[in-house]
Unconditional design. Structure first.
Length: 201
């Protein structure tokens, strides 16, 4: 996608909970989203901010699209010349979008706008953007693996990797990419003592 995700629904059409209240956001454990600094007008350029439960649902991106993995971001940074310079090439250069002057040139066409984040401390806005990523493909729906995101800051040319404990209820941006859908993991128990009319598990 050429812009941040700004959906209010999962790809099956079900609604994602919209939360403006800070106290509710900090204690809410199910899927939720908000707009940057609680201003719906910001969604056009900046997209929405989604909590980790929304991301790990595996249903946030449209059909045929997916939340990137760490490998996807690492491949992107390598293509752009490495982590130390990738951020500069991803950030929009228009100073009107940044609280403090940007050092980006958007030569990659990624067009990262400083949507900021939401956390227990409230909102940041205008000087950074942080993107969710699955830690790896094989356990992409397991919330116990920690929170992974890639950050771009106004005063740093690098793209940074950050990881925090799973109980921190961050609201961050999503940039979906083309790829296979994330299929929910189904665990089954083997059937035993099958008689044709009954069985035990």
């Amino acid at each position: 996608m050429a812009s941040n995700l700004r959906t209010t629904k999962y790809r099956d059409g079900s609604e994602i909970t919209y939360i403006t209240d800070g106290t509710k956001w900090n204690t809410y454990t199910a899927s939720a989203y908000c707009w940057p600094i609680n201003n719906i007008e910001k969604k056009i350029y900046y997209g929405g901010l989604y909590n980790k439960s929304t991301i790990y649902s595996g249903r946030i991106c449209p059909n045929g699209w997916k939340v990137p993995t760490t490998n996807d971001f690492e491949n992107l940074s390598a293509y752009l010349g490495g982590m130390n310079i990738a951020g500069k090439k991803m950030k929009v250069a228009d100073a009107s979008f940044w609280i403090e002057g940007p050092n980006g040139d958007n030569s990659s066409g990624f067009s990262a706008y400083p949507a900021g984040q939401r956390s227990s401390n409230g909102f940041t806005f205008g000087n950074e953007v942080k993107f969710w990523a699955y830690k790896n493909v094989s356990n992409s729906t397991n919330q116990d693996n920690g929170v992974i995101f890639y950050s771009l800051y106004h005063d740093d040319e690098a793209m940074q990797t950050e990881e925090y404990a799973t109980n921190i209820n961050y609201g961050l941006s999503v940039r979906c990419i083309v790829g296979e859908q994330n299929i929910p993991i189904v665990i089954t128990t083997p059937i035993a003592n099958y008689t044709g009319t009954s069985a035990t598990f």
